[in-house]
Design a protein around this ligand. Structure first.
Ligand SMILES: Cc1ncc(COP(=O)(O)O)c(CN[C@@H]2CONC2=O)c1O
Length: 500
């Protein structure tokens, strides 16, 4: 060590850093440690381990593939993208294709025309350049037109912020609204854990309101009032109300009257209404249809000066399922000019969202119309996917309801079922013995027996003492009977093992 001072100090420094590494879990931001996201949590990590074992040791498990029913990721389960959308994306991603004569034989005339329209609103037709921080103005014009056509009320392109999926838009709003842990956000329980994770990351307080499983996950205003008053009595300033419609993980579609009550509640209590509407195209029941909260507010005569409504949309869901393209937007209304300036400033720090995602968001909100060359084929693809999703939801709902001790509300929309499992006390005790929540214990045993990955209800929140799991309706239709039979066989065996 004394042969050379440099060697001495470098060895000593190396030893010191091993003893006191600059970063340990204990020295990380405690808000990060508090954050949890169950959709890709412990059960999924375990599934990935089993998947590796299947590859390295074929036959090592009583199944030959892992079926990921944990995440709303349609194309990872073989759903095909919409042809028209992909043709336009291909042409705008490589505009030189438009100058080649062969392209007319490869692409529909309306996808070529749409590609030109899009390129003409992008400065210099440069789809590789940064755009305006809210997104390309011409694309926001198209999205605003699509929103207006959907709702029957005007939409201002300057209210739209194009984002890399809805997730960053939610984070941005939490960043803007949460000052300290005394700022609260009313969130549904069960909720999609992006909200609890984002509130934790931003140091705020999640104020829960419980959806009523007994009335098909109904959202009761009395529950909102109770939770709001309880939070306020603890010194929490409740800033906003999150509504996910159609619901994730619960799949309910709100009735119009209920939406009006919610708008009235937000106006009366001075809450920002954060309307997560990423499943707006996923409706499977004939007696419900999607109404945006902005449409409801405007139809009640409430305008910019009455209440703030932020609407989130995404290209990840619907019949398009383009999760990996990272497209989406938030439409912000009801904020003053100086608040909007601050929202713009935060958006500008990230420069802009990706251009392909922006283009795709404009296509989702302006799909082919009657008379377009692609209209028939587009509608055939769209209806085919949505009708199949509805059949899969029905088949899985019926299967869960046929299982001992399982009750499952209908998936009116979205992409999930969220059945309740009434577990025998012996199973609850067995879970406790291995320090797991009973539904996490059940999900792990299901995975190890069948290769099926579901997310424990504890990852979404639930009424204490109740246990659920979330299963997507996304495996391709020909796989559903096999999933049902394996699920049922496992469940019967599990219940026999632990029946009181
Ligand atoms: C209600 C809701 N809001 C926002 C998002 C975020 O979407 P993007 O960031 O992709 O636009 C999701 C994604 N759904 C997650 C991802 O897959 N399964 C889920 O529950 C969601 O379910």
């Amino acid at each position: 060590l004394t042969s050379s001072p440099l060697k001495f100090y470098s060895t000593a420094a190396a030893m010191a850093s091993k003893l006191n590494p600059p970063v340990t879990v204990d020295t990380l931001n405690p808000k990060v440690l508090k954050c949890e996201y169950a959709v890709r949590g412990e059960i999924v990590t375990h599934a990935q381990r089993l998947q590796e074992e299947l590859q390295t040791q074929p036959g090592s498990h009583p199944f030959d593939e892992i079926l990921y029913c944990n995440i709303g990721n349609p194309q990872s389960l073989a759903q095909q993208p919409i042809t028209f959308f992909r043709e336009v994306l291909a042409l705008t991603d490589h505009p030189a294709l438009l100058d080649k004569s062969e392209s007319a034989a490869l692409f529909s005339s309306d996808s070529i025309e749409r590609a030109w329209q899009i390129l003409d609103v992008i400065p210099g037709r440069a789809t590789g350049a940064y755009s305006h921080s809210q997104g390309v103005k011409g694309l926001r014009d198209a999205i605003a037109a699509g929103i207006a056509a959907r709702d029957g009320f005007p939409s201002n392109p300057d209210d739209i912020f194009l984002t890399d999926g809805a997730s960053p838009a939610v984070h941005m709003m939490m960043q803007l609204l949460i000052r300290t842990e005394n700022d609260g956000i009313l969130c549904p329980i069960p909720q999609y854990p992006l909200y609890s994770a984002s509130i934790a990351l931003h140091g705020g307080s999640l104020v829960p309101y419980y959806l009523d499983e007994g009335t098909g996950w109904g959202l009761e205003i009395s529950e909102l009032k109770k939770q709001l008053e309880e939070a306020r009595s603890k010194g929490i300033t409740v800033r906003a109300l999150v509504v996910i419609n159609p619901g994730n993980p619960t799949g309910q579609v709100l009735a119009e009257e209920n939406q009006r009550q919610i708008v009235e509640f937000c106006k009366k209590e001075g809450l920002v209404l954060l309307a997560d509407e990423v499943y707006q195209e996923n409706i499977y029941v004939d007696d419900k249809s999607f109404n945006s909260f902005k449409k409801i507010a405007r139809s009640m005569g409430y305008g910019e000066d009455d209440l703030a409504v932020v609407s989130f949309q995404s290209v990840s869901k619907g019949y398009y399922g383009e999760c990996g393209k990272r497209g989406g937007y938030m439409e912000i209304t009801g904020f003053s000019a100086d608040v909007r300036e601050q929202i713009y400033k935060v958006a500008s720090v990230n420069l802009c969202s990706n251009i392909s995602g922006q283009i795709l968001a404009s296509l989702v909100m302006n799909p082919p119309k009657v008379g377009d060359e692609s209209y028939e084929s587009y509608m055939a693809e769209k209806d085919g996917i949505l009708q199949s999703l509805a059949r899969r939801a029905q088949a899985l709902e019926e299967a869960f309801n046929s299982m001992e001790g399982v009750t499952c509300n209908k998936a009116e929309g979205a992409m999930y079922l969220f059945p309740r499992i009434h577990l025998p006390q012996k199973a609850i005790d067995a879970a406790k013995a291995v320090n797991k929540a009973p539904d996490a214990f059940y999900a792990q045993r299901l995975l190890e027996a069948t290769g099926i990955v579901v997310v424990p209800g504890s990852g979404f929140g639930q009424v204490p003492g109740t246990w659920h799991f979330r299963c997507t309706i996304l495996p391709q239709e020909d796989k559903i009977p096999g999933i049902i039979s394996h699920f049922k066989a496992f469940h019967e065996s599990f219940m026999s093992e632990y029946r009181d």
